[in-house]
Design a binder for this molecule. Structure first.
Ligand code: FAD
Ligand code: NAD
Length: 471
C-alpha cells in the first residue's frame, strides 16, 4: 500500500491550483485538489477575470450601439436598450462554461476534486470536509480576497456598498457609482457601469491612477478616462460611509489631511487591493509563518520552508495575476515531479481591459532608469502614437501609444508599455521578445503584418534608434 493517499494534494482550484493539479496528473502523479467553492476555477473564473471580461465586452457593445460608433460605420440601430438581466445571463453562461471546463479537465486527467475547506493537521495530512487526506506534497494555492476598508462595510446582498464580487452582480445601473481605489478593478468595473449609464467618480488615495505602471501610461490613462466621462478625486481618502435608505453618504478627506467633504452615491465599490487567503488553513499546525504582508514566502522552486509544502499564486509575493498563478502552477508540479520548473518573474505582462486597453511588461521607464543608473548606464526610449498607426486610424481607435524602453548600451529591451484598443493582445509579442532577450533592433527588423495595431510596436522599437517610418 502507498505511504500516502496522494503524491500531490493541491489546496485551492484557482488558475494556480487547478493548473498545478492537471500538470501534476499529466506527469503521472496521483493528484487531488481541495476546493471549498461549489465550482472550480477560483476567483478568476467565478468572480474575477472571466465575469469581469464578459461585462466589459457586453458593455462595450452597448456603448458602441448606443453612442453612435456602430452608426459611424453604417450599422444603423434604433431604440437601443439595455437588457441587464440578459447581459448578466451571458456572463453567467461564460462562467458556467469555463468552470465546467475545469471539472471536465479534472475528470479527463484523473484529478480527484475534494469539495470542502482544507486545513493542515501536519505537513502531510490535511482535513477536508470531515475527512483526513494524506499527501507526499501539498501545494497551497488558496489565492486572495478583497482587502476591507475600515469604516466602509461591504454588503454585496444589499448592493449599496459592494466589492468586486457585488459589482459584478448588480441588478440595476446605479445613477452615481463611487469607486474607492483607482487601480485595475476600479477602472475595469467603473468602465462597465459608466458605459451602461452610471455617473462614475473614482476616489484614489495616490496622486495618480494605476500604481506600479509606467508613469507616462498612468498619466495618459487618467486623461483618457476623464475624456470618457469618469470623474476623479485623486490624493483623497474615504474615511466613513453611512447608508440611509438607498443612498450612501461618504466622508472624503485629502490624503494628506484637511477639510472633509461629503459625497453621495447609490453604489460604492470598494477596490483598494486584495490580501492573501491564509486564515483557517492551519499554518500554525505546520509551523509556517507569513511575511509582513501576510504572504507565504517560497524559493524559486515554490517550496516553502516546510519540507513537502509548496505555495503558488496570489498567496505568495508577486503580482496578483491569473497567468502568473498558472505559470507557477505548471512550474511547481514539474519541480515536484523532479523536473526543473521555472517562472521568469521579470517578464510577466499585465493588462487592464478597459477601452483602450493598457498593458505593460518588464520595467517601467522610471524603474529602468534607476536600474541602469545603478550600473552607470542609460536607457533609450522609443514611442509611437496609435494616431499614426494605419489600422488604429482606420478603426477610429487612435487613443494611446506604444513605448519601448531599452538599455542604451546593449539595446536589450527592458520594458514595453502601451495604451491601445488591443494592447492586451499586442503585449504578447513584447513578452515573447523579452523572454528571448531581444534588442529593440530585433523587434524593429521583425516583419509585422500590415495593417495591424502591432505595427506600432515595431515602429516604437524603430523609434528607440530614432527612425520610425510613419512619424
Ligand atoms: P484564486 O483564483 O483566488 O483561487 C483560490 C481558490 O482557493 C479559491 O477558489 C478559494 O475558494 C480556494 N480556497 C481558499 N482557501 C481554501 C481552503 N482552505 N480550502 C479549500 N479551498 C480554498 N487576473 C488576471 O490575470 N487577469 C484578469 O483579467 C483579472 N481580472 C480580475 C478581476 C477581478 C474582479 C478580480 C477580483 C481578480 C482578477 N484577476 C485577474 C486576478 C486573478 O483572479 C487572480 O490573480 C487569480 O485568480 C489568482 O489565482 P490563484 O489560483 O492564486 O487563487
Ligand atoms: P490595485 O492594487 O490594483 O488598486 C488599488 C488602488 O486603491 C490603488 O490605486 C491604491 O492606491 C488605492 N487605494 C488603496 N487604499 C485606498 C484608500 N483607502 N482610499 C482610496 N484609494 C485607496 O487593487 P484592485 O484594483 O483592488 O485589484 C486587486 C488585484 O486584482 C490587483 O493586484 C490586480 O492585479 C488584480 N486584478 C487584475 C486584473 C487584470 O489583470 N486585468 C483585473 C482585476 C484585478
Amino acid at each position: 500500500m502507498a505511504e500516502y493517499d496522494y503524491d500531490v494534494l493541491v489546496i485551492g482550484a484557482g488558475p494556480g491550483g487547478y493548473v498545478a493539479a492537471i500538470r501534476a496528473a499529466q506527469l503521472g502523479l496521483r493528484t487531488a485538489c481541495a476546493e471549498s467553492r461549489e465550482t472550480l476555477g477560483g476567483t478568476c473564473l467565478n468572480v474575477g477575470c472571466i465575469p469581469s471580461k464578459a461585462l466589459l465586452h457586453g458593455s462595450e457593445l452597448f456603448e458602441e450601439a448606443a453612442h453612435g460608433t456602430l452608426a459611424k460605420f453604417g450599422v444603423k440601430t434604433s431604440g437601443v436598450e439595455l437588457d441587464l438581466p440578459a447581459l448578466q445571463g451571458e456572463k453567467a453562461n461564460a462562467v458556467k462554461d469555463l468552470t465546467g471546463g475545469v471539472a471536465f479537465l479534472f475528470k479527463k486527467n484523473k484529478v480527484d476534486w475534494l469539495q470542502g475547506h482544507a486545513a493542515f493537521r501536519d505537513a502531510h495530512t490535511v482535513a477536508v470536509a470531515g475527512k483526513t487526506v494524506t499527501a507526499k506534497n501539498v501545494v497551497i494555492a488558496t489565492g486572495s480576497s478583497v482587502t476591507p476598508l475600515p469604516g466602509v462595510e461591504v454588503d454585496n446582498a444589499k448592493g449599496l456598498i459592494v466589492d468586486s464580487t457585488g459589482a459584478l452582480a448588480l441588478d440595476r445601473v446605479p445613477e452615481h457609482m463611487v469607486v474607492i481605489g483607482g487601480g485595475v478593478i476600479g477602472l475595469e468595473l467603473g468602465s462597465v457601469w459608466r458605459r451602461l449609464g452610471a455617473k462614475v467618480t473614482v476616489v484614489e488615495f495616490l496622486d495618480q491612477l494605476l500604481p506600479g505602471m509606467d508613469g507616462e501610461v498612468r498619466k495618459e490613462a487618467g486623461k483618457l478616462f476623464k475624456k470618457q466621462g469618469m470623474e476623479f478625486k485623486l490624493s483623497t481618502k474615504v474615511t466613513k460611509a453611512v447608508v440611509k435608505g438607498k443612498k450612501v453618504t461618504l466622508t472624503l478627506e485629502p490624503a494628506a489631511g484637511g477639510a472633509a467633504e461629503m459625497l453621495e452615491a447609490d453604489c460604492v465599490l470598494v477596490s483598494i487591493g486584495r490580501r492573501p487567503n491564509t486564515e483557517g488553513l492551519g499554518l500554525d499546525q505546520i509551523g509556517l509563518e507569513l511575511n509582513k504582508r501576510g504572504q507565504i514566502e517560497t524559493g524559486h522552486d515554490f517550496a516553502t520552508k516546510v519540507p513537502g509544502v509548496w505555495a503558488i499564486g496570489d498567496v505568495i509575493p508577486g503580482p496578483m495575476l491569473a497567468h502568473k498563478a498558472e505559470d507557477e502552477g505548471i512550474a511547481v508540479a514539474e519541480n515536484i515531479a523532479g523536473q526543473i520548473g521555472v517562472v521568469n518573474h521579470d517578464v510577466i505582462p499585465s493588462v487592464v481591459y478597459t477601452m483602450p486597453e493598457i498593458a505593460g511588461v518588464g520595467l517601467t521607464e522610471e524603474q529602468a532608469k534607476e536600474a541602469m543608473a545603478a550600473k552607470g548606464r542609460e536607457v533609450k526610449v522609443g514611442k509611437f502614437p496609435m494616431l499614426a498607426n494605419s489600422r488604429a486610424k482606420t478603426n477610429r481607435e487612435t487613443d494611446g501609444f506604444v513605448k519601448v524602453i531599452a538599455d542604451a548600451q546593449t539595446d536589450r529591451v527592458l520594458g514595453v508599455w502601451m495604451i491601445a484598443s488591443v494592447a492586451g493582445t499586442m503585449i504578447a509579442q513584447a513578452a515573447q521578445a523579452m523572454e528571448f532577450g531581444a534588442t529593440s533592433e530585433d523587434i524593429a527588423y521583425t516583419c509585422h503584418a500590415h495593417p495591424t495595431h502591432s505595427e506600432a510596436v515595431k515602429e516604437a522599437a524603430m523609434a528607440v534608434r530614432g527612425k520610425p517610418i510613419h512619424m
